[in-house]
Design a protein around this ligand. Sequence first.
Ligand SMILES: Cc1cc2nc3c(=O)[nH]c(=O)nc-3n(C[C@H](O)[C@H](O)[C@H](O)COP(=O)(O)OP(=O)(O)OC[C@H]3O[C@@H](n4cnc5c(N)ncnc54)[C@H](O)[C@@H]3O)c2cc1C
Length: 456
Amino acid sequence: MNILQQLEAIVGPQGIICGEAVKDHPACVFMHPKAVLRPASTEEVSQLMALCNEQGQAIVTRGGGSGLVGGTIMSSEEILLSLERMNQLEQLDVRARTAVVQAGVPLQTVQEAAADQDLFFPLDLGARGSATIGGNLATNAGGNRVVRYGMAREMALGLEAVMADGTVLNSMKSVIKNNTGYDLKQFFIGSEGTLGVITRAVLRLQAAPISHNTALVAVENFEQLIDLLGSADKLLGGGMSSFEVMWSNFYEAVCQGGERHRYPLANDYPYYVIIESLGADQAADDQRFNATLEQLFEQGLIADAVLAKSKAESEAIWAIRDDVEALMALFPYFVFDISVPLAHMESYVAAVHKRIDEAWPEDSCCITFGHLGDGNLHFVIRAAGEYESAKDKVNDIVYSELRERDGVVSAEHGIGLEKRPYLDISRSEAEIELMKTLKRAMDPNNILNPGKIFEL
Ligand SMILES: Cc1cc2nc3c(=O)[nH]c(=O)nc-3n(C[C@H](O)[C@H](O)[C@H](O)COP(=O)(O)OP(=O)(O)OC[C@H]3O[C@@H](n4cnc5c(N)ncnc54)[C@H](O)[C@@H]3O)c2cc1C
């Protein structure tokens, strides 16, 4: 039997797609892997991995395919392992505030199941409908509420992963505190499918917020923006759940002269910030939120503000921030996801804007926005010209300016293939060497997503 027949013997005909039929799988529009595996259980994943390891067969694990760094790009020699059939929310324990899920469950399914029980899963991002919990953990996803709840890493109490040789590592504890030696689940979280296949997880849920306050505020300069972050956090007494900044060029590009979104505030300020607070008592929290905005005005930190008075108004404000689709018209564009210490952020953004303008004086723009509360910025940079050569030049500008400012090339999307050449900007030689040592120890035949993050 050849390897495909042996794999089929493990998962059955429903669990494998081969030959021309591969093209019909949504993950394979631009790629043609040797086969697509669709296991239905951890036991099947374990057997598949053991066989692939024995035969040196490379595997690329895929969740929802919403990753932005080429983490699931495959060659025709590789096999795609899709978690699409392992998509069950197995258990939701209301009193313990935990959910036990299979890795292929979409993020939104967990959010909705938690909400149905008056609980809250705080991880949130634009691709919530397609991104899976396995993918969220494999990329240590961030999103809009990191400033209060942390990243995906903070939300997993336990994990089950299948190692390269098929060993099932069951670390499905549901306790918050567990200092019994190394925290092994963290090896898999953020490792982008290079150290194991995440198959299940125990997620930590929170009490559902009862009050919800949102405002869009305008700010005159960068210094005030940083002071505003500190003051708003302090005045809201720990209730601040988002602090999302949009540079004026983002606000303009998305609202499109008022045609795509009505302008909640005049469009002649340099910065706009969405401040969101979640709490437990709507009346008291309304009062605190209003008083906070008043004080921020008095402190001269905000120039104008609009307060959402209903869920619809809050959604209309968030729709501006979430409308990255409006930027598609800028094609050819390049998307970035960097972190830089707040002390260097203004000079960093100015340097990138200046160099992009100088390099493409006739046709370029550098749309800027992000999760400033976490030091994380996104750029959508349009640079006209031949795609590949423009890409290298834009990458060089964005990443080289980070080096001297102690920035990192990926705040939340990961490294994948796209950012691999720039890993050394954020990591020392010793760090990269230790990562490689771990990879060699956990995947000696280099079959798990080979070539992603770094080359061995
Ligand atoms: C509109 C939009 C908005 C986004 N916003 C954000 C944001 O705010 N914050 C953010 O962090 N990201 C964001 N992303 C990026 C993306 O949604 C996240 O990286 C997400 O966590 C990926 O999940 P996925 O299931 O789609 O993973 P995939 O794209 O399928 O895979 C991503 C990586 O994880 C690996 N992987 C997937 N599943 C597993 C598994 N079970 N075991 C081991 N490895 C696995 C893959 O091999 C790959 O390397 C956004 C993407 C889009 C399209």
